[in-house]
Design a protein around this ligand. Structure first.
Ligand code: 13P
Length: 261
């Protein structure tokens, strides 16, 4: 069983001072679990100072975004090449970027490829909107987002991709509807099935699939207990270090329970 991945996506919250204060408290409150990988995705600006404040054996950093080219005349952008060595992960294709910044399937594919090229593990976000769900298009949307995003990768490279299933309607920014874990199970199974169709069952078993969408300390266990759910991508609740620590501890209890099964 691979390590569970619990990621805090701070989105556009916390300046350098707030981020540093958070990590100060978080470092003290965090219980280390060997089988849980903990990742913080702060703003780009705070990555460097936080890298000096965290213990990398216990906490890893992720970028929330980066550009697909390695360098060049792209005013305002930061490349994966520049982030290499500073972060272990990068969130790619978050629905807020797809929606607010019009990121296309092809751009997201190029970002996934660039992350891998620069030795950064992508956390690829995929998920359907409410109208798409109502129209029964969840599988088609997931299929298109997933297949395009990994289309330049070999099976070996795909193993490094972490897929975060975040139905848009369940994200706090977009309505935050509570998702029924049994419904989420079906999509997690479908995601793995798709990877297996493309790259074979053994590769599919190594790809981590996470859930994200209004995960908090109260309901995290319901998602983490799902078969094949390897972690969580947490937005709003991760801004409260006590809640985030509680989610990490829940992930550990669920692992122990799964092991006993
Ligand atoms: P919330 O947990 O605030 O719904 O955000 C989820 C998310 O978008 C994480 O990437």
């Amino acid at each position: 069983m691979s390590r569970s991945l619990i990621v805090a996506n701070w989105k556009m919250h916390f300046n350098i001072h707030d981020a540093s204060l958070y990590v100060h408290h978080f470092n003290k409150a965090l219980n280390y679990h060997r089988s849980i990988e903990v990742v913080l995705a702060p703003s780009l600006l705070t990555l460097q100072p936080l890298s000096l404040q965290i213990d990398r054996r216990k906490v890893r950093l992720a970028a929330q975004n980066a550009y697909s080219k390695d360098d060049g005349p792209y005013t305002g952008e930061v490349s994966f090449t520049m982030l290499s060595g500073l972060v272990d992960y990068a969130i790619v294709g978050h629905s807020e970027r797809r929606i607010y910044f019009a990121e296309s399937l092809e751009l997201i594919r190029d970002k996934v490829t660039a992350a891998i090229r620069n030795d950064i593990n992508p956390i690829l976000c995929i998920g359907e909107s409410k109208p798409e769900k109502i129209a029964g298009e969840t599988k088609r949307v997931i299929h298109d987002q997933l297949i395009t995003a990994v289309s330049d990768l070999t099976a070996e490279e795909v193993k490094r991709v972490n897929i975060a299933y975040e139905p848009i309607w369940s994200i706090s920014t977009f309505g935050g509807e509570h998702a029924d874990p049994t419904e989420i199970q079906k999509t997690i199974d479908y995601i793995r099935y798709q990877i297996s169709e493309l790259y074979g069952a053994s590769t599919a078993s190594e790809v981590r699939v996470l859930y994200g969408g209004s995960v908090d300390d109260q309901d995290a266990g319901g998602y983490l207990a799902l078969d094949g759910c390897d972690g969580a991508l947490v937005g709003a609740a991760s801004l409260d270090y006590e809640k985030f620590v509680s989610i990490i501890d829940t992930a550990q209890s669920i692992r122990l329970a799964k092991k006993k099964d």
